[in-house]
Each structure stands twice: as structure tokens, then as C-alpha cells.
Write a protein that binds this ligand. Structure first.
Ligand code: FAD
Length: 495
């Protein structure tokens, strides 16, 4: 009998898992149970849709026809209520049961409600002014409220909060951000980086309140713990989210913050159960970014397809590169710069609004944070990603120091990389060349080679070989001098 695989969740990790299972030629039957009513979509572009830079159509990852074509039984609007390990079944809210031999939990994360009085009414419903921002439904509801709104308060000054704040502000809404920590992006950048960001936001017209908490929502507005009241038409909650683990917990699986998995991405309690993406916890860490979710999906597809072969892949963790996706705000975070061990190479320029910090251990970049100036992100990501051992001067060079990247072995060996969020070297060669599929990669990944040759594009030095790519509409020269054309990765269409 064919192995029966049931995947719970139809989000970014589950979709990548299906794609990889198809490409591995997985021999079992696949059923995907997703509680959202529509096809899988690219969650990381929701704020771009809110901002108006991407259309709703651009979000779809794989539509139901794709699943049908590959023999995958996709059920939409199918919320799983129970995972019954004893009977080897999952049960939907309507009582439908599906038997499984293996099950994958890809249930993502859920937003948490901050302790603000008045958020929820006596009827248990959110106050009409209050919005979460996690799903397409949340995004559509918020977009529906935007035309009638003039003022908004975003609760939470993390990556998501800043994206939403910029999106609202670009849409002409006077937006204020409230963050309980002493500075913005407190999990990713230090106080200097936070204050550069705050200044940039202020210049863009968004006021920021840090070190203070929203405590109450009244008819007058959002009341802060310092007594201030912010008049508002909208309150968007972006502070806090946690792995969605209720099914696993109720089934008796080991759960800490996330569902605890081993190097085979299997539950440490029951090897028939796997977990990937935001709901999983590996090595005492749950991640919350798309790069690890995708890498886990790829590794798990290899594991599930390995059958009885001895070469079963294992997962060892993912290096993350997170990018803030918001017009006028440039932030990239590599790993965990606030916790990583090593020496810190840091440059802050409050005049131009940039802050760059690299953590270097044994000559290798182990983490970094760049605010306001991402001109070197491609190079830095590549060094970080490959664990390149840098020469003494190179951390400074990577910051854009005097040698301008022309010294050192590592700089000479550099090649083009995609620096988009959730995109690493493993993903770069698969980028669609032009136009692309509405598949695995969001539109911003569609790099387009526009110039290869000896003539310099406008603004670049003449007489050298130049390679220019357009990403998100901005031309960038990735490489000068030594690169030969055949070294440039070919971006193949991912069908
Ligand atoms: C607005 C926003 C912007 C983001 N921006 C970035 C970014 O720029 N870069 C980045 O790296 N990451 C970003 N993230 C995080 C990124 O989206 C997640 O890391 C990624 O989606 C994780 O994929 P996943 O499949 O684990 O979870 P999800 O994509 O959330 O999918 C989980 C799915 O499971 C479904 N589900 C849950 N419980 C059940 C159940 N019981 N039965 C059936 N279905 C269920 C959910 O409804 C959901 O559809 C962003 C997240 C948000 C919300």
C-alpha cells in the first residue's frame, strides 16, 4: 500500500514541501489540509499589498489546479481539530477523518493579543478599530478600513510593525508606532541602530514612542502607560506571535515554544510526526522566517522520499537573512547580531542615517545588522552564508571602507548573490529569469540581467566588465573586474 502523507497547513512551508516532494517523485499519496479558504500565498508580501506596490494576484504561490495536476489532494477551508496519534488519524472541525502513516505539521504561527484593555468587546469580538496582520484575510480587512481612516497606531516596533507602519503611511495615513522596548527592532539591532531607524521614520513622517506600552483603548484613542493618549482610527497589532502548537500539544507531542523536532525534522515524541516552518523548534530555536521554513521543507522532502536508502538527509539549522520590506526604510539582519559571539565591527553615520554592524568570529562573519545603507548587502550575505574567512581588513572593506572591496582573497572570489529576504545561495540559482512563474519566489526575486560587457552602464566606471541586475527596480552593480560571464549563475525558471 502507498504511504499516506497528510500535511496540516497550506502556507509557505507546506507549499514548498509539496513542490519538493513532486520534484523528488515521492511515491506516497499526499493530502494537504489548509484552513484558509483560498490558495497558498506569499505571506511576506502582504505588507507590499497593503502599501499598494504589489497586486493581490502576485501573492499566489500554487493554485489548486497545480495540486490536482500533481495528484495532491488539497482541501481548502479544512481546519484540523485533532491529531489522533493512537488511531493514526486527523479530524477536521466538520468531523471528517483522514488516516495517515506520516503527518507533517506546518501550522505556522499565531498572533498574540497584547494586554491592552478594550481590545476585545463584551461579545468576544475585536474592537472594530483593531486589526491583526498575519493572514490575507487580516490584510483585506485592514485595506477595507484604510479609505475612511486618517490616523493609525501600530502596536509593535519589530520588522512586521515597521513594514505595516510604512505601508499605512505611504497610503497617506498619519501613523504612530508604539514599542515597549527601549528602541525599535530591539531583537535585531542595538540601540544605535534603533535610533538611526527612529530618525529615518520621523523624517518619513512617522512618530515613534519607545519604552512605553499601550495599556488601554478608549473612545479617545490608545492610552499609553505614560499617560499619553494617541487619537486614532485604526490600531494594528504586530507585537508578538508564537508558534501554532495547539494540535501538537493536545496530541501529547513535546512542545516547548515550538514543536520540538530532531535532525530528521521529526517530533522527538513520535517519529511519524514531522514539523516544519514557524511551528517547529529545532535546537531550542523556533525561527519565524521564511528561509528556514523553506530549507526545512526541502530537507524533509528528501527525508520522506528517501525510502529505505541509507542516504537520508539531515537538517542542521539555517542561517537567516531578514530584510525589512518597506519603501524608504532599508534594514537587513543576518543571524542574531545581538547574541552572536565575536568581535564587533561597527560604523554609525547619523548624518546620512546609516548603521552597519558585523560580528566577526575567527575571521568569519557570524551575524550582522545593516540599517539605512544596503549597498554592500550582497557581498556581506555571501561572506556570511559561505562562512568565508576574511582578511584582517575585510570586515572594514565590507562596510565600504577605503579599499572599496578590491583587496583580499574573499573579495576577489565574490560572485553574485540574491540579497532578498528569505533568499540564500541555495535559492539564487532557481530564480526565474524574467517575469517568472507565480510560483515559489516572490516578484522581488525576479532579477534581470540587463548588462554584461565592457561598456559601463551609466554611473559606473568605464573600461571594465560590469554586471548589473535589477531587483525591486533598483539597478545595482554586483561585480567589477575579475568575473567572467560564465561565472554568473543562470537563473532557471522553476516550473
Ligand atoms: C505580514 C508578514 C510579513 C512577513 N515578512 C517576512 C519577511 O519579509 N521575511 C521573512 O523571512 N519572513 C517574513 N514573515 C514570516 C513568514 O511569513 C513565515 O516565516 C512563513 O510564512 C512561515 O511559513 P509556515 O508555512 O510555517 O507558516 P504560514 O505561512 O503561516 O502557514 C501556516 C498555515 O497553516 C494554517 N493552519 C494553522 N493551523 C491549522 C489547522 N489546525 N488546520 C489547517 N490549517 C492550519 C494557517 O492558516 C496557515 O495558512 C512575515 C510574516 C507576516 C505575517
Amino acid at each position: 500500500m502507498r504511504e499516506r502523507l497528510v500535511v496540516i497547513g497550506n502556507g509557505m512551508a507546506a507549499t514548498r514541501l509539496c513542490e519538493e516532494l513532486v520534484s523528488h517523485g515521492y511515491a506516497g499519496s499526499i493530502t494537504v489540509l489548509g484552513d484558509e479558504p483560498g490558495p497558498a500565498y506569499n505571506r511576506i508580501l502582504l505588507s507590499a499589498v497593503l502599501e499598494g506596490t504589489h497586486s493581490l494576484d502576485a501573492l499566489t504561490l500554487r493554485d489548486p489546479e497545480w495540486h490536482a495536476r500533481h495528484g495532491i489532494d488539497l482541501r481548502l477551508g479544512a481546519r484540523v481539530l485533532e491529531l489522533d496519534l493512537g488511531r493514526g488519524e486527523v479530524m477536521l472541525v466538520d468531523g471528517t477523518r483522514f488516516g495517515f502513516d506520516k503527518v507533517v505539521l506546518a501550522t505556522g504561527a499565531i498572533p498574540t493579543l497584547p494586554p491592552i484593555r478594550g481590545l476585545v468587546g463584551m461579545d468576544g469580538q475585536l474592537h472594530p478599530k483593531v486589526h491583526a496582520f498575519r493572514s490575507l484575510a487580516d490584510c483585506l480587512r485592514l485595506m477595507g478600513s484604510v479609505p475612511a481612516a486618517q490616523r493609525a497606531v501600530v502596536v509593535g516596533g519589530g520588522l512586521l510593525g515597521l513594514q505595516v507602519a510604512r505601508a499605512l503611511s505611504v497610503r497617506g495615513i498619519h501613523t504612530e508606532v508604539v514599542e515597549g522596548a527601549e528602541h525599535l527592532l530591539s531583537r535585531q539591532v542595538d540601540a544605535r541602530g534603533g535610533s538611526v531607524l527612529r530618525r529615518s521614520l520621523r523624517k518619513l513622517g512617522t512618530e515613534v514612542y519607545t519604552g512605553t506600552r499601550a495599556v488601554r483603548l478608549t473612545d479617545e484613542g490608545v492610552q499609553l502607560d505614560n499617560g499619553h493618549v494617541l487619537d486614532t482610527d485604526l490600531v494594528v497589532l504586530t507585537a508578538g506571535g508564537r508558534p501554532s502548537t495547539a494540535l501538537a500539544r493536545a496530541a501529547g507531542l513535546r512542545v516547548r515554544r515550538g514543536i520540538v523536532v530532531d535532525e530528521h525534522l521529526a517530533s522527538v515524541t513520535d517519529p511519524r510526526v514531522h514539523a516544519i516552518g514557524d511551528c517547529a523548534e529545532f535546537n531550542e530555536r523556533s525561527t519565524g522566517f521564511v528561509a528556514p521554513a523553506w530549507e526545512q521543507a526541502e530537507v524533509l522532502a528528501g527525508i520522506l522520499s528517501a525510502g529505505s536508502t541509507l542516504e537520508v538527509p539531515t537538517y542542521a539549522g539555517t542561517r537567516t537573512v531578514a530584510r525589512l520590506r518597506a519603501t524608504g526604510l532599508d534594514v537587513a539582519v543576518l543571524g542574531d547580531p545581538e547574541k552572536a559571539e565575536g568581535e564587533v565591527v561597527e560604523v554609525t553615520n547619523p548624518v546620512v542615517g546609516s548603521h552597519r554592524k558585523l560580528v566577526v568570529h575567527g575571521g568569519v562573519i557570524t551575524a550582522g545588522a545593516l540599517v539605512g545603507d544596503l549597498s554592500r548587502i550582497g557581498l556581506i550575505t555571501q561572506f556570511y552564508d559561505r562562512g568565508t574567512v576574511l582578511g584582517e581588513q575585510e570586515p572594514g572593506v565590507a562596510h565600504g571602507g577605503a579599499a572599496r572591496g578590491r583587496t583580499g582573497d574573499a573579495a576577489r572570489r565574490r560572485r553574485e548573490v540574491c540579497a532578498c529576504a528569505g533568499c540564500d545561495r541555495g535559492c539564487a540559482p532557481r530564480l526565474p529569469l524574467r517575469g517568472g512563474s507565480q510560483g515559489a519566489h516572490p516578484r522581488h526575486h525576479r532579477l534581470r540581467r540587463v548588462h554584461v560587457g565592457r561598456r559601463a552602464p551609466r554611473g559606473h566606471r568605464r573600461g571594465r566588465r560590469h554586471v548589473t541586475a535589477v531587483s525591486e527596480g533598483f539597478p545595482r552593480c554586483y561585480k567589477r573586474g575579475t568575473q567572467r560571464e560564465h561565472e554568473i549563475p543562470r537563473f532557471a525558471h522553476r516550473g
